[in-house]
Design a protein around this ligand. Structure first.
Ligand code: MN
Length: 274
């Protein structure tokens, strides 16, 4: 049986260096040395380069996100986001991002765990936290992109920027949350808590017998959140694309593309999609 170990799982840094350094310091303070990253290191913020370097230095597993794919696709000069996000990175770093694995699989305390950015089927196949159960079950399936053809017992992902743990019968779906851009797709001023409930660094710690294919050792999931210096990160706001959207994401936790999502409506007025 494998030794009981802790692994920190981080995701969706989005070029936010203050958030990433706060996160890594907290992981280090706990004496955790194993860190996995589930993608979207870049995009949105101005510190893409620094975040790529820190993640590649500190994380033993790094899987690709939709943003790593986006910046490596042929540049569309009419797509301002792609032009800006790609311009932050040199060829060497782009190549490193292009070479990332799609997913990671392991046993821990007897459970078969698969980790990926958005879904086992693709980096742009979003599994929303407010989706129907049938839609969410695809998180446990294998695909032609996964390492094995096994169904997962536990699926761990990023992409939606919201921490989540949900049981489906005898399976478990977990989202580690976003380090650098925690946001909500549903906001409603009549219902919302303080913005600080969203705008922190979020990550996950797993503790269990890593590599153990037999049950017998305990398994724990610890959801962490930590405030960080948002104003310091926003000092470079004048150098960024869509500065107002980025400000609202970091300071207010409002996802910039909520209006594009069919599920992004007010919680108390579900007949009136925003
Ligand atoms: Mn993301």
């Amino acid at each position: 049986m494998g030794d009981v170990e802790r692994i920190a799982v981080i995701s969706d840094i989005h070029g936010n260096l203050e958030a990433l350094t706060t996160c890594l310091a907290d992981i280090r303070r706990r004496g955790i040395t194993r860190i996995f990253c589930l993608g979207d290191i870049v995009g949105k913020g101005i510190h893409a380069k620094e975040c790529v370097d820190l993640v590649l230095e500190n994380c033993e597993v790094v899987v690709t996100g939709n943003l790593e794919v986006f910046v490596n696709e042929p540049t569309n000069p009419n797509d301002e986001r792609q032009v800006f996000f790609t311009s932050q990175l040199d060829k060497e770093r782009l190549d490193k991002l292009a070479a990332l694995d799609f997913c990671y699989e392991m046993y821990i305390s007897g459970s078969f765990v698969r980790m990926f950015h958005a879904s086992p089927h693709g980096v742009r196949d979003r599994i929303s936290e407010i989706g129907r159960q049938g839609d969410m079950l695809r998180a446990f399936l294998p695909s032609d992109k996964t390492i094995s053809r096994k169904n997962a017992d536990i699926a761990i992902y990023g992409d939606i920027h919201v921490q989540l743990m949900r049981k489906f019968h005898n399976k478990t779906l977990i989202n580690c949350g976003s380090v650098g851009c925690a946001t909500d797709v549903i906001r409603d001023e009549n219902f919302d808590s303080d913005d600080m409930e969203t705008t922190q660094v979020f990550y996950l710690i797993i503790e269990g017998a890593v590599g153990a294919t037999e049950y017998g050792a305990p398994l724990e999931f610890n959801f962490v959140r930590i405030p960080y210096d948002i104003d310091k990160e926003l000092e470079g706001l004048d150098r960024i694309i869509e500065p107002e959207s980025y400000y609202n994401e970091l300071k207010k936790g409002q996802y910039r593309d909520a209006h594009r999502l069919k599920d992004g409506y007010n919680i108390t007025d579900q007949n009136n999609p925003a």
